[in-house]
Design a protein around this ligand. Structure first.
Ligand SMILES: Cc1cc2nc3c(=O)[nH]c(=O)nc-3n(C[C@H](O)[C@H](O)[C@H](O)COP(=O)(O)OP(=O)(O)OC[C@H]3O[C@@H](n4cnc5c(N)ncnc54)[C@H](O)[C@@H]3O)c2cc1C
Ligand code: FES
Ligand code: FES
Length: 507
């Protein structure tokens, strides 16, 4: 019989389930389909790209009025490791229909709008829409597009699905019987008190909360979810070869695609301090385990110019699971947050045991997949300076990829500079996709700093780009294309800043 510290407990469609010591590599989707026989959630790609496996995660939260709430977010079940659900709530498509058989408003709207043909994608759309229904009271069509960017449909075409996204709010939820169903069937409203069903759910989640760490061994592998920074630090120090797990949106693919296994997985997600964002007016400190969605919201408060580029980072489900620390630690040369953070002058707080040190983010990346981190050293937080004056410090970031939604960057360029009386100062430019690491463009910066703010300066900075980068040729883009795009993005920045009426975005 498994001890409590070896038993994963969570709410599945409102019922408590206990899974004794699951293989730490087991994904939620495998468990749902193969062990629970809940086959509504589909496997399309097993890599977070298609959305057929979308489910909704519920976590305890507190609103501005101090009331216990349940925060909902869509996630990809194909990448989410089962033990990370301990203490949380999971909703699958099977849980939406009322006991009396009434379809949920999201389901009924899809039916009424003829928004499904083969139906393989439909459960994922239902769950992505359910998350939208419960979190956004009146989404615009553009917001509905963002919410569905992680869901692929090959048959129906998106118009009827988007129609359903807007009409699902018109249903009265009459088929709901219990308080739980009434909560499920009632859409989000701005600043409404929790419905009884939500309060009950929050209380049931509170009852599942544990004091000790979830820690167990199964199938020749150990899983540990430390609950404090000290516990995490000593676990990583003791086994530096262990996998550190954030949201698993990279690590999940090592399992599902590369078929790798680890002897030990250490999760950062239960360390409360790593899930905090603090803002002292001068700096924003974002804990490594803060989900990307939340980290981007915090950044948008100070740098709203970046908001649209963040909607092009994967999809809402990936951004709801994936963490900022995971993106920075992964250090991919085509990762999107790092060039923007480097341009903003961010630093990274590294911890090894009891010792911490802070590096400028660009100093973390030495060479392709080579970082300045020591064995046993991990990322605790990302610290971003807050600009004093948005009218003088201009900021922009651009992602160039083949598709608007859910695509990997060919080139990502971010720029920040001060403009005082027509002169440029404090320029920081960083690119992704242009080298083996996310990299600062120091020659470009030199061409900008101290120069007059005019097109001739920008054109000289564009020429300097070739001194900073020798981009790769690969399937995503040729070296020549990348260099040209990066240069032209500088020009675009100039046009956008110089004349705010210029429409430089294609979509
Ligand atoms: C469909 C899909 C689309 C994607 N699109 C994009 C995109 O548009 N742009 C982009 O940049 N990325 C994208 N990604 C990659 C991924 O989502 C991001 O890199 C994400 O931020 C990873 O965060 P995570 O918490 O899921 O990391 P995990 O998968 O948990 O971990 C990633 C790496 O970081 C390490 N790690 C995690 N936390 C820490 C820590 N605190 N200290 C030290 N090491 C740590 C892990 O050991 C691992 O090496 C995409 C991924 C998928 C599956
Ligand atoms: S199966 Fe495609 S996103 Fe999960
Ligand atoms: S209805 Fe067939 S994939 Fe969407």
């Amino acid at each position: 019989m498994a001890s409590n510290s070896a038993c994963v407990r969570f709410l599945l469609n409102g019922d408590v389930v206990e899974v004794a010591a699951p293989d730490p590599h087991l994904t939620l989707l495998e468990w749902l389909r193969e062990e629970r026989r809940l086959t509504g959630s589909k496997e399309g790609c097993a890599e977070g790209d298609c959305g057929a496996c979308t489910v909704v995660l519920g976590e305890r939260s507190r609103d501005a009025g101090g009331r216990d709430r349940v925060a909902l977010a869509p996630i990809n079940a194909c990448l989410r490791l089962l033990p990370t659900l301990d203490g949380k709530a999971v909703f699958t498509v099977e849980g939406l229909r009322s006991v009396g058989g009434a379809l949920h408003p999201t389901q009924q709207a899809l039916v009424d709008r003829h928004a499904s043909q083969c139906g393989f994608c439909t459960p994922g759309f239902v769950m992505a829409l359910f998350a939208l229904f419960k979190t956004s009271p009146t989404p615009s069509r553009d917001e509905a597009c963002v919410a569905l960017a992680g869901n692929l449909c090959r048959c129906t075409g998106y118009r009827p699905i988007l129609d359903a996204a807007q009409t699902m709010y018109q249903y009265d939820g009459a088929g709901a019987r219990s308080e739980h169903e009434r909560w499920l069937f009632t859409p989000a409203t701005a600043d409404a008190p929790p419905l009884p069903g939500e309060s009950e759910l929050a209380a049931r989640l509170a009852a599942l909360a544990r004091d000790d760490a979830l820690a167990y061994e199964s199938a020749d592998a150990a899983f540990i979810a430390p609950r404090s920074v000290a516990e995490l630090a000593s676990a990583v120090l003791a086994t530096p070869e262990a996998w550190i797990l954030g949201g698993g949106t990279d690590v999940g693919l090592w399992i599902t695609k590369a078929l790798q296994r680890s002897r030990r997985i250490i999760s950062t997600g239960e360390v409360a301090a790593l899930r905090e964002v603090s803002d002292d007016g001068a700096t924003l400190c974002i804990g490594a385990a803060v989900p990307l969605e939340e980290a981007f919201r915090a950044l948008n408060r100070h740098y709203p110019e970046l908001a649209s580029v963040w909607t092009r980072f994967a999809s809402v489900p990936i951004r709801s699971s994936g963490t900022l620390g995971g993106n920075v630690a992964n250090g991919s040369p085509i990762g999107d947050s790092m060039p923007a953070l480097i341009a903003l002058g961010a630093a990274v707080v590294l911890r090894r045991g009891e010792h911490t040190r802070t590096l400028p983010l660009e100093a973390l990346y030495l060479d392709y997949r080579k970082q300045a981190r020591e064995p046993g050293e991990w990322i605790e937080a990302i610290v971003v300076p807050i600009r004093a004056d948005a009218s003088t410090r201009r900021v922009a970031a651009y992602k160039n990829a083949r598709r608007n939604e859910q695509d990997i960057s060919a080139v990502f360029l971010a720029i920040a500079l001060d403009l005082h009386a027509g002169r440029i100062d404090g320029a920081r430019v960083a690119c992704g996709g242009m080298a083996g690491v996310p990299k600062r463009a120091t020659h470009v910066e030199r061409a900008l700093n101290g120069a007059d703010w005019n097109e001739a300066t920008i054109r000289s900075a564009m020429r300097a780009m070739a001194d900073d980068f020798t981009p790769l040729d690969d399937l995503r883009a040729s070296a020549e294309h990348r260099l040209r795009v990066a240069r032209n993005l500088l020009l675009r920045f100039w046009h956008e800043q110089d004349d705010r009426n210029v429409e430089a975005r294609v979509f």
